[in-house]
Design a protein around this ligand. Structure first.
Ligand code: FAD
Length: 500
């Protein structure tokens, strides 16, 4: 369909990732005629949501509540320890990792709606699966989950996007690819559509309300350098190349209030030789998240973080920045044979920067760019500092720590002494940016004067105020879904009010 043929639209949704399609489905459910505009071509659909493992975090107090989202067989119910994840756990995790800066109203909405929203997605046809490979280890013959996160969207991000787009299509929602929103249209202070660009041709599309769900500015090197600081322009982008901050800029141009941690971002240890942007085949396989079971060294051959400060779920998103700060912006993760069986699946892919050796001396010679002598001293000092009297246990914070080091290791501190040794080269991979626009609890975009901008809603990565400094794993998709659903419902309601 040509842009100029589009008319009678109630709600325009900008973006076609998870938050956007949830918004579109909710708006349609509320009776609105919805059009989705997506800048990427159909072959690159799904935004960052596509690149995820689909891991998701939600509140459940017992097996029945877990089953509202995840299909758990009777055998699994008997043999697997899923644990529970209470509202208090979720609030605590959000508070602790964001240094208690997360917006209390938005956090409350996220936590209280987490299970309900995923169950709503399930009712539409989205499926979930347990994350045995990444979030559970075998204990006494059965699986035990850790880190407060037990399941993922079925088929990961690719599966999630495939289901959401199939459902949207069946529902009759029109998605226009290679069609970017350029700016917002307004009349008498109300947002009433967008100026859209397809193939260099620009057209105005009118609508009763607009939902912006088109990501942060992580893909935009200029904005990264401007807001995050020096060297962020050199970080690798883990996901889509299309999240250029356009939605945020459009909203700010309409007078929206900037909000959240504009100099902060979710960033992880990412393969040193990964491409500049995400690879749709490798997906999140370039991440390297088993560092709590080894050590990380920089070019000086020195450790620079407490690798075992917490479950990786609560440290990985802030350690990308620590890698960025190291000389040459790289590090090596070092493991010995004792922990090889529990390294995550991403360590076994073909596209990996890996060296191995039968001795530490040999390994030292293979760690490109690293001071060999200092590396060997670091390992020797570390091994000497490990508390041998505390048993290792990967599924709890085991307290197996080091003693007397300048940078301690708090949990899972095994000696590195059993060949073969292996090491993985990493750099900083940015996932998404934390700064965005301020929204009300009903996702209405707030102006700099503290009022709703009539007709404008936002959801997903581009909402500011939820994440500061760090992030609990598996929260991006669920927050996109929770606020996307609210945004779609509210936008439909606004668009269909008689005052139009
Ligand atoms: C490698 C990787 C792994 C991750 N793993 C997980 C995980 O396991 N669990 C989890 O919860 N989170 C994970 N995340 C974070 C998660 O991807 C995001 O939090 C979430 O997907 C954001 O959803 P969104 O809908 O806001 O944005 P996106 O899914 O990025 O969608 C935004 C869309 O907007 C489009 N767009 C941008 N500008 C315009 C414009 N001007 N006009 C029209 N369209 C536009 C983009 O093309 C894109 O399709 C991961 C991210 C990455 C990159």
């Amino acid at each position: 369909m040509q842009l100029e043929e589009i008319s009678g639209v109630d709600v325009i949704v900008v973006g076609a990732g998870n938050a956007a399609i949830c918004a579109a489905l909710a708006a349609h459910e509320a009776g609105a005629k919805v059009v989705v505009l997506e800048k990427a071509p159909e072959t690159e659909k799904g935004g960052n949501s596509f690149f995820t493992a689909g891991a998701t975090r939600f509140v459940f107090n017992n097996l029945d509540e877990l089953r509202e989202v995840l299909d758990v067989s009777e055998e699994e119910a008997r043999t697997v320890d899923f644990g529970t994840y209470t509202q208090e756990n979720f609030f605590d995790d959000m508070g602790r990792v964001t240094q208690y800066r997360c917006d209390p109203d938005l956090t409350e909405i996220l936590v209280r709606n987490s299970r309900r929203t995923l169950a709503w997605m399930k009712s539409k046809g989205v499926r979930f699966e347990p994350m045995y490979g990444r979030q559970a280890h075998k204990v006494d013959g059965g699986f035990k989950f850790f880190g407060g996160q037990v399941c993922a969207f079925w088929g990961g991000g690719a599966g999630l996007i495939d289901s959401l787009h199939t459902i949207a299509k069946k529902t009759g929602i029109l998605i226009l690819y290679e069609t970017g929103a350029v700016s917002l249209l307004s009349k008498d202070g109300r947002v009433c559509g967008v100026l859209a660009d397809h193939d260099g041709r620009q057209n105005e599309i009118s609508a009763g309300a607009v939902v912006l769900a088109c990501g942060g500015f992580e893909s935009n090197a200029e904005m990264r350098a401007r807001y995050l600081g020096p060297n962020w322009d050199l970080a690798k982008v883990r996901g889509t190349r299309f999240n250029m901050g356009g939605g945020i800029s459009m909203a700010l141009a309409m007078g929206a209030m900037p909000c959240g941690h504009w100099s902060g971002a979710h960033a992880v240890g990412w393969d040193l030789n990964a491409p500049t942007f995400g690879d749709r085949v490798v997906g999140d396989g370039f991440q390297k998240h088993s560092y709590p079971f080894g050590i990380m060294v920089n070019a000086n051959g020195e450790r620079f973080v407490d690798e075992g400060a917490d479950f990786r779920n609560f440290t990985y998103a802030k350690y990308g920045l620590e890698v960025l700060k190291q000389p040459g912006m790289f590090a090596w993760q070092v493991f010995d044979a004792k922990v090889d069986p529990i390294l995550r699946d991403e360590y076994r892919i073909r596209q990996v920067t890996k060296v191995d050796a039968a001795s530490l001396e040999e390994l030292a010679g293979k760690l490109e760019g690293v001071d060999k002598r200092r590396f060997l001293e670091t390992v020797a000092e570390y091994n000497k500092a490990v508390r041998q009297d505390i048993p290792f246990n990967s599924v709890i914070r085991d307290g197996k720590c080091t003693e007397g080091l300048r940078i301690p290791k708090t949990n899972w501190a095994n000696t590195i002494d059993t060949p073969p040794f292996q090491a993985y080269g990493i750099t900083c991979g940015i996932t998404f940016t934390f700064g965005g626009v301020k929204v009300s609890p009903s996702t209405a975009v707030q102006s700099v004067s503290g009022k709703h901008i009539p007709g404008l809603y936002a959801a997903g990565e581009m909402v500011g105020g939820l994440f500061y400094f760090n992030y609990p794993s598996g929260t991006g998709l669920v927050s996109g879904a929770v606020f996307g659903r609210i945004a779609g419902t509210e936008a439909a309601d606004y668009a269909r009010r008689p005052q139009r």
